[in-house]
Ligand binder design. Structure first.
Ligand code: AGP
Length: 605
């Protein structure tokens, strides 16, 4: 959702901004715009376009020189996607330009007040109020004008501001929406996501909520919205620019599915302790005594991360014998939950920015809970807000549809479960068994990836379905949920996931030849129960595609995956179904990396 890029230095700014915007395209957007100025530019020059960054690029005039600029990709919230509603927003005199991520909750009230004062709005956006308020401020400095304006604002923001009378600087501020400064040699960058910076610099400063910064070509300073200076020491971004490239694949989704053996290897690296048959997770900030006193684990996440959390809860219950469950963070925060001091809360998020998860973490912390983060993006809001946690080290995930992060998050949960288990009652031999299973995962994932041609053929066979059912039991149920989400997200085929045990309680009524069922059938203690469900479906002439450890007689097709330890099988069984969703969507001609209506990071409610 929405992206910000800014630059101040000596280089021609428009191409830099366009390149930065292209790097943010993956987040999802519907319009884009940029504004520039520079020693040879008279005032602020702006171009905006509904549609893609390439539509914006087509509108940029040939002579468009400037060395300072801010740019934006917008995902509509207040007002439809249009040229007028695209950011930046300028005041009527073209002196102030603002780009904004987030939502201003009291925009309607502020618009009414400004309207009563004679302000005529050029857009329907909440952001435009910022522009008018900054332009109308009588403060002497741009910093003070912005600060005065922010005092009037309720809501979330990451903003970048330029002013024709203060052309030597860009002022930025953050409250609930990421702002990262990129520190260069006699040039400074700003973005809402490091993806837009890493081709130019890997030295970054991430602003905290309530922090502002002034960027000039050869220096920057940070301070609070109250005006007190803050210290900002640049850190080095771990991900390289090349990790954001397609690397010879046709889509990011395909690249990211294929990266899973390496990604899993990375999350395991340096963490296994063979001597004590356990793992070390340095950032948990939870000593053995505290770990022993946990009475319950509650995992919170959204979408795919929630599904990873469901598998994580199962792993924690089985390996550490601590009661655990997962809940969508978006639901949790609205039900005035009872916050229990003996419960360990775990927030899961690939991006580390998902608003519902962040808000749940903040609510929990306000009530005194201990919250761990299981997050992919280093230094992201949720990672910073949590008391400790672990990174999942999947590398950047660009496709809106999560694949490698799901797998790595589940592996990270297996590590957490093993760690907690070995502090509590998991035996050395069981610890060793799980470690050996974890070590087998990368090779087993590679083996599954060699089945792509077979899965592609299956996708052709099932792509004409109007609807699909996914079933699984206990550990297999979250796999079914995730596979169903994958399919609907990119193929737009309606899909439902049910516990196999619930079939008789309703969904069996849907079964007929036109509704294929994908069944998760691991070789574990529930094998016979799962087979019984296949019988029930077959008896109603339903088509069945099984993902199993051996051919299933009742299934029309079986994808046979390698067996691991029972507790870890779920990690492998989802992978062929990522490929199934991918090839089904290709078959239907869908835009794989940017499915309709979706954004990579959901930074609003
Ligand atoms: C995954 O395929 C989805 N696009 C979506 O469900 C996603 O997992 C969800 O929005 C949560 O995102 P997060 O992991 O970045 O918090």
């Amino acid at each position: 959702m929405c992206g910000i890029v800014g630059y101040i230095g000596r280089r021609d700014v428009a191409p830099l901004l366009l390149e930065g915007l292209q790097r943010l395209e993956y987040r999802g957007y519907d319009s884009a715009g940029l504004v520039i100025t520079g020693p040879k530019a008279a005032g602020l020059k702006m171009v905006k376009a509904k549609g893609r960054v390439r539509d914006l690029e087509a509108r940029v005039p040939k002579r468009f020189a400037g060395t300072t600029g801010i740019a934006h990709t917008r995902w509509a919230t207040h007002g439809a996607p249009s040229d007028e509603n695209a950011h930046p927003h300028l005041d009527p005199e073209n002196r102030v330009a603002v780009v904004h991520n987030g939502i201003i909750d009291n925009a309607a009230e502020l618009r009414a007040k400004l309207g009563a004062d004679g302000v005529v709005f050029a857009s329907e956006t909440d952001t435009e109020v910022l522009t008018h308020l900054i332009a109308r401020s009588e403060a002497d400095t741009l910093e003070e004008k912005v600060r005065q304006t922010l005092k009037l604002i309720e809501g979330t923001y990451g903003i970048a501001v330029m002013h024709a009378d203060f052309a030597d600087r860009i002022v930025v501020a953050r409250n609930g929406s990421p702002v990262v400064l990129g520190i260069g040699e006699k040039e400074m960058f700003v973005a809402s996501d490091v993806a837009a910076l890493v081709t130019h610099t890997r030295q970054v400063v991430t602003l905290d909520d309530g922090e502002m910064a002034t960027l000039k070509a050869d220096d920057f300073r940070t301070y609070t919205t109250e005006g007190s200076r803050t210290t900002a020491t640049p850190t080095t971004v771990e991900w390289e620019a090349e990790s954001y490239d397609m690397g010879g694949h046709d889509t990011y989704m395909h690249k990211e599915i294929c990266e899973q053996p390496d990604a899993v290897d990375r999350v395991l690296r340096g963490r296994i302790d063979d001597r004590f048959s356990t793992v070390h997770l340095g950032g948990l900030n939870l000593d053995a005594r505290e770990a022993r006193s946990i009475r319950r684990v509650k995992i919170l996440g959204c979408g795919t991360s929630y599904h990873a959390g469901l598998i994580g809860a199962g792993l924690i219950e089985s390996l550490a014998r601590i009661p655990a469950d997962a809940e969508p963070a978006s639901e949790f925060r609205y039900r005035n939950p009872v916050v229990d001091p003996d419960t360990l809360y775990v927030a899961v998020s690939q991006s580390g920015e998902t608003y519902d998860v962040l808000a749940a973490v903040q609510e929990l912390k306000r009530k005194g809970a201990r919250v761990l983060g299981v997050v992919n993006v280093v230094g992201s809001a949720i990672a910073r807000e949590a008391d400790g946690g672990t990174y999942v080290h999947a590398g950047p995930e660009v496709c809106v549809v999560s694949t490698k992060c799901f797998t790595n998050t589940v592996v990270a949960f297996a590590l957490l479960a093993l760690h907690l288990g070995r502090i509590r009652d998991l035996s050395v031999s069981d610890g060793k068994r799980i470690i050996e299973g974890l070590r087998r995962l990368p090779a087993q994932i590679s083996e599954i990836l060699t089945m792509e041609d077979e899965i592609k053929k299956l996708a052709k066979e099932y792509a004409d379905a109007k609807s699909m059912m996914f079933i699984g039991r206990v550990r297999g149920y979250p796999v079914a949920l995730e596979a169903s989400l994958k399919l609907k997200e990119i193929s737009y085929i309606h899909a439902e996931a049910y516990p196999a045990s619930e079939l008789k309680h309703g969904p069996l009524a849907l079964i007929e030849p036109a509704l294929p069922t994908v069944a998760i059938v691991p070789d574990d203690d529930l094998l016979e129960k799962n087979r019984a469900a296949l019988e029930e479906i077959k008896a109603r002439s339903g088509r069945i595609l099984a993902v199993a450890h051996q051919e299933q007689e009742k299934a029309d097709h079986t994808i046979v995956v390698p067996k691991n330890e029972d507790e870890l099988d779920a990690i492998l069984m989802g992978i062929p179904l990522q490929l199934l969703a991918y090839h089904t969507a290709l078959e239907l001609g869908r835009d794989i990396d940017k499915p309709r209506n979706l954004a990579k990071s959901v930074t609003v409610e």
